[in-house]
Design a protein around this ligand. Structure first.
Ligand code: AMP
Length: 172
C-alpha cells in the first residue's frame, strides 16, 4: 500500500474520558488520497459478494457506508441513535461499560431476504455492531459482511460477532 492509512489517523489520549485513546479519523477524511483509498479497499473486500444494500451506523459509519454504497451501486440504510428516525422504528438495546445504549432502524428499511453489508468506522468491544446486526436480522435482512476502517484487536470485538464475515483495514 503506497499510502500508510495509520499515519492519517490521529490518536487523542483521554477523549472522551480518561484512559480512552480516541482514534480521530477527521485527519484521514481531510486527505483525499487516504479517504479514497479507504473507500476503495473497503469496497474491494466485498466485490465478489452480491450486496443489495449497505447499512451504516451513526455517525461515522454514515461517512464510509454511504461512500461504499455509492461505489457499489447499492442503496444505503441508516442505523441511528434513539429519537432521530421519523417513521416507525425497531430498537435494540446494548450494554456499555457503565449502563446501556440504544440504536434504531426504520422497520421498512429492508425487504425480506435482502443481502446487507454493515459498516462502521471502528470495532472496539463489538457491542454496537452486534446490536446493529440484531436489528438487521429482526427486519429480515441477511448479513453478507461487516466492515470497519479500524479494529482495536486488543478489545476482542470479533468475539461478539462470531459467524460473520468481518473485515477491517487498519488494526491496532
Ligand atoms: P464498540 O461498541 O465498543 O465496538 O464501540 C464502537 C463504536 O464506538 C464505534 O461507533 C466507534 O465510532 C466508537 N468508538 C469506540 N471506541 C473508540 C475509539 N477508541 N476511538 C474512536 N471511536 C471509538
Amino acid at each position: 500500500m503506497e499510502i500508510d492509512l495509520k499515519s492519517r489517523i490521529r490518536d487523542i489520549p483521554d477523549f472522551p474520558k480518561p484512559g480512552i485513546v480516541f482514534k480521530d479519523i477527521t485527519t484521514l477524511l481531510q486527505d483525499f488520497d487516504a479517504f479514497k483509498l479507504s473507500v476503495d479497499m473497503l469496497t474491494k473486500q466485498h466485490q465478489k459478494n452480491k450486496i443489495d444494500k449497505v447499512a451504516g451506523i451513526e455517525a461515522r459509519g454514515f461517512i464510509f457506508g454511504a461512500a461504499i454504497a455509492y461505489a457499489m451501486n447499492t442503496g444505503f440504510i441508516v442505523i441511528r441513535k434513539p429519537g432521530k428516525l421519523p417513521y416507525q422504528t425497531i430498537k435494540q438495546t446494548y450494554e456499555l461499560e457503565y449502563g446501556s445504549d440504544e440504536i434504531e432502524i426504520h422497520e421498512d428499511a429492508i425487504k425480506s431476504g435482502e443481502r446487507i453489508l454493515l459498516v462502521d468506522d471502528l470495532l472496539a468491544t463489538g457491542g454496537t455492531m452486534a446490536a446493529a446486526a440484531e436489528l438487521i436480522n429482526k427486519i429480515g435482512g441477511e448479513i453478507v459482511g461487516i466492515s470497519f476502517l479500524i479494529e482495536l484487536t486488543f478489545l476482542h470485538g470479533r468475539e461478539k460477532l462470531k459467524g460473520h464475515n468481518i473485515h477491517s483495514l487498519v488494526k491496532y
